[in-house]
Design a protein around this ligand. Structure first.
Ligand code: PBG
Length: 353
């Protein structure tokens, strides 16, 4: 026995019970032929809904110490670590191609890593030196610096550890020190990627307290505990050090509502932009966050996604060029304002051709 009668019937259309959206949707074959608009190249261009441009791109660069050197990263074919002088040249190239922002990630050798990650707030560390060098040589490009301790800790976690537990509030104190060191070096966007609670508000207050009220915060709002970060950990030298998991601070891939709560908190605490990470497996989260908050919203196409597409293309599984474009336009369609992607430089070159 059901109580069907009490449920008001939805209007039916063509035998289904979907709600008619607009006259365009209600029209039917043969008056309506969806293929009509797809007949010619000019028509397909005319009805295109999403567009990818250089303005959408954030390019991550891995930095290592030394001079005039670039070295391959085995797990990320085509991506290299560069010394500061090389990174400056690449930033010039990125800027001239119209890429708005580069993101810097350091390869910190073991001897500079420690349990508390204190190298992170050394004002002369690799990231601060790179930031200062790029800032003075390429003033027209935005510099985004990750705020998290993992490239600097001897254990590879993003937080401080006490009795085997990642402790939240003392970690925030460390993140503030790291933020201020990067701000003083000339960083434009602070991007906390550690998923500690309350860090956005604390970082905002610390920045404002030092007169850095113009520095933007891009919050890694919905960052999942993802195996897609594998190649990145090799790139920053964490893969051999890190043995555990990040489940007590990064999000469960099974959860979506929780991402909306994370976003609400980060926005209330002063985030200027929000980021969802990884990208392609989480398009639903990008869509929901954009629809709910209408914030500048960014997707992080992470190292494992890049590796997956690149290696499969190398194996001849598909056309690498086409899947690269398809993957990036899917982020725009889902509502992202921009994408942090290892493809940024090659895409910018293609867009400039
Ligand atoms: C550090 C950080 C990670 C990534 C960006 N910042 C790794 C992690 O959280 O373990 C991953 C980026 C990528 O895979 O491309 N907190």
């Amino acid at each position: 026995m059901t109580n069907d009668k009490k449920i008001p019937k939805k209007p039916t259309f063509l035998g289904t019970n979907c709600t008619p959206l607009s006259p365009g949707v209600m029209a039917s074959y043969p008056q309506t032929r969806m293929r009509r608009n797809r007949q010619t190249d000019w028509s397909r261009r005319l009805i295109k809904e999403s567009v990818l441009s250089c303005d959408d791109l954030i390019w991550p660069i891995f930095i290592k110490d030394g001079e005039n050197e670039s070295e391959d990263i085995v797990s990320l074919p085509g991506v290299q670590r560069h010394t500061i002088d090389r990174a400056v040249e690449l930033a010039k190239e990125a800027c001239s191609l119209g890429i708005p922002v580069i993101a810097l990630f350091p390869m910190i050798p073991k001897y500079l890593r420690s349990a508390d990650g204190s190298e992170a707030w050394n004002s002369d560390n690799l990231i601060c030196r790179t930031t200062a060098a790029i800032k003075s040589a390429v003033p027209g490009i935005g510099i985004l610096c990750d705020v998290a301790l993992d490239p600097f800790t001897s254990h590879g976690h993003d937080g401080l550890i006490e009795n085997g537990i990642i402790i939240n509030d003392p970690t925030i104190d460390a993140l503030i020190k790291q933020t201020l060191a990067q701000a003083r070096a000339g960083c434009d966007i602070i991007a906390p990627s550690d998923m500690m609670d309350g860090r956005i508000g604390a970082i905002r207050r610390a920045l404002d307290g030092e007169g850095f009220d113009g520095i933007q915060i891009m919050a890694y709002t919905a960052k999942y505990a993802s195996a897609f970060y594998g190649p990145f950990r090799e790139a920053v030298g964490s893969s051999k050090i890190f043995t555990g998991n990040k489940l007590t601070y990064q999000m469960d891939p099974a959860n979506g509502d929780e991402a909306l709560r994370e976003a609400a908190l980060d926005i209330a605490e002063g985030a200027d932009m929000v980021m969802i990470k990884p990208g392609m497996p989480y398009l639903d989260i990008i869509w929901r966050i954009k629809q709910t908050f209408q914030m500048p919203t960014f997707a992080y196409q992470v190292s494992g996604e890049y590796a997956m597409l690149t290696v499969a293309a190398e194996r001849g599984c598909f056309d690498g060029h086409k899947v690269k474009w398809e993957s990036l336009i899917s982020f725009k369609r889902a509502g992202a304002n921009g994408i942090l992607t290892y493809f940024a430089l090659e895409i910018a070159k293609e867009l400039n051709e």
